[in-house]
Design a protein around this ligand. Structure first.
Ligand SMILES: CC(=O)SCCNC(=O)CCNC(=O)[C@H](O)C(C)(C)COP(=O)(O)OP(=O)(O)OC[C@H]1O[C@@H](n2cnc3c(N)ncnc32)[C@H](O)[C@@H]1OP(=O)(O)O
Ligand SMILES: CC(C)C(=O)C(=O)O
Length: 566
């Protein structure tokens, strides 16, 4: 890079609009949407779409609710011509849908364009020529008047050809390509001349599309340009004012939003921002940005993953995992404090109330996405995320202090080289730590009996390969179990709940235990169809976890010989 970039790059000179009004406006209704996926999107692919892929994307666009779809540049290639014919000949243009076709402002290409759309029910003919100084001087080698004449003559030709074909409903569209780098007065002059030829009026409006063919300035500059045109156009009431932002500076969506605030009525773009170079403006993001402000966009993305799959299949370009609303990771939190807030937000989110889950601008379910991937656990995660996964995937609600204890176990696993821990892996760690820990004491079974008005319990365990039977009595089964074990452990807290899903076991029991020689409390967990068995297992799980630090907790089970069954 240059030490002094001014030697190579000049700042964009913005339009002078001191009394701009757009900053005070908000967008309260959706624009008219025009998808150019099959034209601007298609012309930006390694390999342009074949008829099968174009048709799949076209059907998807119709399903989503687009009513204006630019289906190609039929004078440019036989493939585009054939696709337009395919739509018309196979009667694939539903009521209310307008196909749009692009042509340069050249007589032969305009003629061929009309041949391509013969017999179509509704067509928008879109003609363009570039208007900026560099195009006038370098590409067309024409004066400003010459370039304006090119547009006007094309407009005349289009009007004449359409009049000869009354069986089709026509709309006309003109784009001064490179509008955003054209002097505003000249762009206005060309557009006014074109709309005069087409006799644009409120009863017979035409579309004037003002592209940022290459995004060269910040979005506020584009908004000023659009507002200036909006306020100066001679036949504004006869114009559907359209914008066509590209995304060279990464601000295409912002440019479109500010342009709508500045007076635009219509937006052209592509799904997920496909298109030339860095893409056309992303219509999905724009539409869903509106939705999250309570404005229905008039496009339906309730099955956004299906739309994504179709677009990826047709364009053969993968959509980034962080792409707004649709990327694999955009509803995923790895970091602990985010997970904690999301989990708490979900817990209090009313089914039909205003959406207020922290960190999520939209309810993933509105887009047909699930909550499954919202919280994922790695080394950045805390107890909340793990607890959420255990609850969602296995129906196990961990008590708060167990969350803290278990998160240390999981953290140790990750520090030992683990990356992301999926729900299944988390469960595996949980099982290994709490449920399958059968050493030193291996539980075989127990039975309850009446011990002279107290609860009696007979416990059968295996210890070092020997089966041992221990008897005890108490106020209840746990008391009787501890008596049978002769263990000095104390039960600090005890919780049990039934499992809603994720396991065949009916209940899970969490036993918070304490014992001399052990720093702090230790959890044991038991699961079983029977709630007493679950609690017996929970005590033994905790005792086993404490045994290496404080062998005394094994009580009578510490000595095999004394208690071994015959
Ligand atoms: C910003 C955009 O996305 S605009 C759309 C771009 N899309 C496409 O170009 C689609 C594919 N294009 C094509 O197949 C071809 O370019 C065609 C068929 C349109 C034209 O092909 P050709 O006649 O061979 O010309 P070529 O491809 O070299 O394009 C350059 C010519 O187009 C002219 N041109 C460019 N834009 C326009 C316009 N809007 N109106 C009139 N002429 C134009 C140039 O002045 C140049 O003419 P010249 O050869 O007399 O100097
Ligand atoms: C033809 C026009 C609208 C275009 O695609 C552009 O300027 O990017």
């Amino acid at each position: 890079m240059l030490d002094d970039p001014t030697r190579k790059y000049q700042p964009f000179r913005p339009i002078r609009l001191r009394d701009r009004r757009w900053p005070d406006h908000t967008i309260t209704r959706p624009p008219v949407w025009m998808s150019t996926d099959l034209r601007d999107g298609n012309q930006a692919l390694f390999e342009p779409m074949d008829v099968e892929r174009k048709r799949a994307l076209y059907d998807c666009l119709v399903d989503v609710g687009f009513r204006e779809i630019e289906v190609g540049f039929p004078s440019a290639s036989q493939a585009d011509y054939d696709f337009v014919r395919h739509l018309i000949d196979s009667d694939a243009i539903p009521e209310g849908v307008w196909i749009e076709v692009l042509t340069q402002a050249r007589p032969d290409l305009i003629k061929r364009t009309f041949e391509a759309v013969a017999g179509a029910p509704r067509v928008i003919v879109h003609v363009y020529n570039a208007t900026s100084p560099v195009f006038r001087e370098v590409v067309f080698r024409q004066s400003a008047e010459g370039v304006q004449t090119m547009a006007v003559e094309a407009a005349r030709q289009i009007r004449g050809l359409a009049a000869e074909r009354p069986e089709t409903a026509w709309r006309f569209q003109y784009s001064p390509e490179t509008f955003s780098t054209t002097e505003p007065e000249f762009a206005l002059s060309v557009v006014d001349a074109v709309t005069a030829v087409w006799d644009a009026s409120a009863d017979a409006p035409v579309i004037i599309n003002l592209p940022a063919t290459v995004e060269m300035a910040s979005p506020n500059v584009y908004a000023d340009q659009i507002e200036w045109m909006h306020r100066h156009l001679a036949r504004r009431e006869g114009i559907v004012l359209s914008v066509h932002p590209h995304n060279d500076r990464g601000t295409g969506v912002a440019a479109a939003e500010l342009a709508l605030m500045a007076g635009a009525d219509r937006v052209e773009g592509c799904l997920f921002g496909n298109g030339e170079r860095t893409g056309n403006v992303d219509l999905v993001t724009l539409a869903l940005n509106l939705y999250t402000q309570g404005v229905h966009p008039g496009l339906d993305f309730s099955r956004i993953n299906d739309v994504l799959r179709t677009v990826e299949h047709c364009t053969e370009i993968p959509v980034h995992p962080r792409h707004p609303y649709v990327g694999d990771l955009v509803f995923t939190a790895f970091s602990g404090s985010h997970q904690d807030a999301i989990r708490k937000g979900f817990a209090v989110q009313p089914e039909d109330g205003l959406w207020s889950v922290p960190y999520l601008t939209i309810d993933p379910r509105d887009l047909g996405r699930s909550y499954e991937s919202v919280i994922r656990v790695n080394s950045q995660s805390g107890k909340g995320g793990m607890a959420y996964l255990m609850e969602q995937a296995y129906g196990v609600t961990l008590p708060r202090r167990l969350q803290v204890e278990f998160s240390r176990v999981v953290q140790a696993h990750m520090d030992a080289g683990g990356g992301e821990v999926a729900a299944e892996a988390l469960w595996e760690i949980f099982e290994r730590e709490y449920l399958r820990l059968e050493s030193p004491i291996h539980y075989i079974g127990h039975s309850l009996f009446d011990a002279g008005g107290r609860q009696g319990l007979r416990l059968r365990i295996r210890r070092d390969g020997q089966v041992i039977t221990l008897n005890g009595s108490g106020n209840g089964p746990i008391d009787a179990l501890l008596d049978a074990l002769g263990s000095p452990v104390r039960v600090r807290h005890y919780e049990e709940h039934s499992l809603s899903h994720g396991s065949d076991a009916g209940a899970v029991c969490f036993m918070e235990l304490a014992a001399g020689g052990i720093d702090g409390d230790v959890y044991g967990v038991g699961m079983d169809a029977n709630i007493v068995t679950a609690s017996v297992r929970a005590v033994l799980s905790g005792v086993n976890r404490m045994a290496s630090q404080a062998p005394a907790v094994l009580g009578n089970a510490a000595s095999v010989a004394r208690n071994a069954s015959p």
